[in-house]
Design a protein around this ligand. Sequence first.
Ligand code: 13P
Ligand code: SF4
Length: 316
Amino acid sequence: MFYTASCEKNSNLFSKIQKLKEEKNAIILAHYYQDSSIQDIADYLGDSLGLARKAAATNAKVIIFAGVHFMAETAKILNPDKLVLLPDIEAGCSLADSCPPETFLKFKKAHPNYLIISYINCSAAIKAMSDIICTSANAVDIIKKIPADQPILFAPDQNLGRYIMRETGRELLLWPGSCVVHETFSEKKILQLRTEYPQAQIIAHPECEPSILQYADYIGSTTALLKYIQKNTCKTFIVTTETGILHQMRKSCPDKLFLSAPTLSGCSCNECPHMRLNTLEKLYTSIKNTSPEITLTDMIVKKAINPIERMLQLSS
Ligand code: 13P
Ligand code: SF4
């Protein structure tokens, strides 16, 4: 009964959102960690790199960004004259918050000869202080393109930084930030689960800690993980990232089994509390009222666009 009512409610909202989208010439860009109803209505669904590329290419007048603040900011930096909406303006990111601009500026000044490569999961102010931006999809390739004698400061994710060091053999100076979602997986419980499903492959996002990544059969961005399970003949996967990605995995491979990796608390429901602040209702209200809007100063946009464009050029 509840299920029917909620499906009906979603379908009403779907048609209202579609209508408003056409009226306002709007596009919905969504990340895989969004609620499945938002994923289902999105015009484009992707990882941070795909979303940045799509934001750079769109002709729509309004971008509704179903993701978190730093992602919507990136879309705004790429489209300063467009209206960029975030359904819940409080949808932040623990990783971006772990790198406050004032403290980072001091760190940067203390290391003047370093090239600053920042993971896209940071605020616009940090992007403005960086030389190149990267995502989990292109970080290793971008670092490999930097001359070997150039010292690199990598911020803000120390786990992704350690993974890059492992893959490239390069020393990086790391900012000590991390993501709450990817730090809560339990090594012990994941190994127990693999004992129950001995044929299962462990796939993981590089924001996980090295103690987890050491067991992964495959490591990649959300889009890379999705492509991997589609191509691989294995039938069971232990998925070590936010559970939102399971919606697309199950949709694209209904004959395969996807187990969400267990966390330290024992639950297998590792949702990002920031991403999940967006709901279908808030998305509807946001497009209806064309608010809340992302705003940035001209100075920040001017400084932050260069490292983002460098990333897009280096990974085209
Ligand atoms: P990607 O989708 O780019 O892999 O990023 C994951 C993430 O944590 C986004 O916040
Ligand atoms: Fe930030 Fe982690 Fe949530 Fe991604 S999953 S938005 S990195 S807190």
